[in-house]
Design a protein around this ligand. Structure first.
Ligand SMILES: C[S@@+](CC[C@H](N)C(=O)[O-])C[C@H]1O[C@@H](n2cnc3c(N)ncnc32)[C@H](O)[C@@H]1O
Length: 333
């Protein structure tokens, strides 16, 4: 990728034209090329027939997928390389389908950015099937960071934790796996909890998970908990909504209990991915009514206003955790 900031016209053109590769990959996923090809090698002509597509177009598509390293070539035929076989083929146990679908969907939504900038109305994806698919996507996205966070977060002597807007419960389940005395709840909408229950059911530690269907703003917090884990929730809401939520959560934490907030924060430090955090705010512009990304200082200030003390940033080991590995921790006053 072109180094930033953009200073020359050449760099500007490179960035502007960079949509070609995402366009290529998204199209290959939409045509389900990697599943169709499976473990066989294909000439473009035979694959074109299988995909009900045009010979010339498929030849150009395969040539490009070979150039970017996703296919190998054998004579005039092409086969799928190891990455495609493992993660991009629907028949593989490691297929990242829901998450890839979500990214492809976003690629289409970004094309509507001009309309949204003029008249911000979130793109609707709130029917039950979309919510379930989104929740599976969150699970696929969070599995690795959840293990890394659970390995580093201090939850010694914590007996109850609420995963607020916990969706698939990926984090709650990893905390339960690590801490045999812990009980955890997930508080989210019913459609998301359907997915969480499916994930938890075959797991032994899943028996210590409870699901609480409700709305974060219109329903009461489902009990009191030593720790409130709030991961990837703050960016969906406005500053006022976040303060309303923090205040409500505070009243459901016994004195000395904690709130832990994981998100993509704007950090005033070199090495932090400001670009990613800012671009994510655009995703929120497209999909949420009032979401945004916030600075860590701002979130810490809200926590103080809402009755928490000593807010501070915990930094996970480099390259681990979600986003830049920053978690804000504060104690209930
Ligand atoms: C971006 S996902 C984060 C999931 C999980 N915490 C993680 O970090 O992977 C946000 C979650 O908040 C839930 N959510 C959003 N608004 C909500 C509301 N008003 N009431 C209850 N849940 C809500 C969504 O259903 C979704 O599961």
């Amino acid at each position: 990728m072109t180094p930033l900031p953009i200073r020359t016209m050449e760099q500007f053109k490179d960035v502007l034209y960079a949509f070609r590769l995402p366009g290529l990959l998204a199209t290959a996923l939409e045509l389900d090329v990697f599943t169709h090809m499976g473990k066989r090698v294909w000439t473009p002509k035979v694959l074109a027939r299988a995909l009900e597509a045009n010979d010339r177009a498929v030849e150009i598509l395969l040539r490009n997928l070979h150039t970017v390293g996703l296919l190998f070539k054998q004579g005039a035929a092409y086969g799928v390389g190891p990455l495609g076989r493992t993660y991009l083929n629907r028949n593989s146990p490691d297929y990242q389908g829901a998450y890839l679908d979500l990214i492809v969907q976003q690629w289409q939504s970004w094309a509507q950015l001009k309309t949204v900038i003029r008249d911000p109305k979130p793109i609707e994806n709130s029917d039950p099937a979309s919510r379930r698919s989104f929740t599976w996507a969150m699970h696929q996205r969070s599995l690795k960071p959840a293990r890394e966070v659970a390995a580093q977060l201090n939850l010694k002597n914590v007996t109850s934790l609420l995963d607020v807007g916990g969706g698939p419960g990926t984090y709650a389940l990893e905390f339960l796996r690590k801490h045999p005395k812990l009980h955890a709840g997930i508080w989210d909408r019913a459609d998301a909890l359907d997915v969480a229950q499916q994930i938890a059911e075959p797991l032994r530690h899943g028996a210590r998970l409870s699901c609480h269907a409700g709305d974060l703003f219109n329903d009461p917090v489902p009990g009191t908990f030593d720790v409130m884990w709030v991961s990837n929730v703050v960016h969906m809401f406005s500053p006022v909504e976040n303060r309303t939520l923090f205040y409500k959560l505070r009243r459901a934490i016994p004195p000395g209990g904690r709130i832990l907030i994981q998100d993509t924060f704007l950090m005033n430090r070199p090495g932090f991915n400001v670009l990613e955090t800012n671009l994510f705010a655009i995703t929120m512009l497209l999909y949420s009514r009032a979401g945004n990304t916030y600075s860590a200082q701002e979130v810490q200030r809200w926590l103080t206003i809402c009755g928490f003390r000593q807010p501070r940033c915990l930094q996970l080991k480099k390259g681990t955790g979600d986003w830049d590995g920053v978690i804000i921790e504060a104690t209930r006053r």
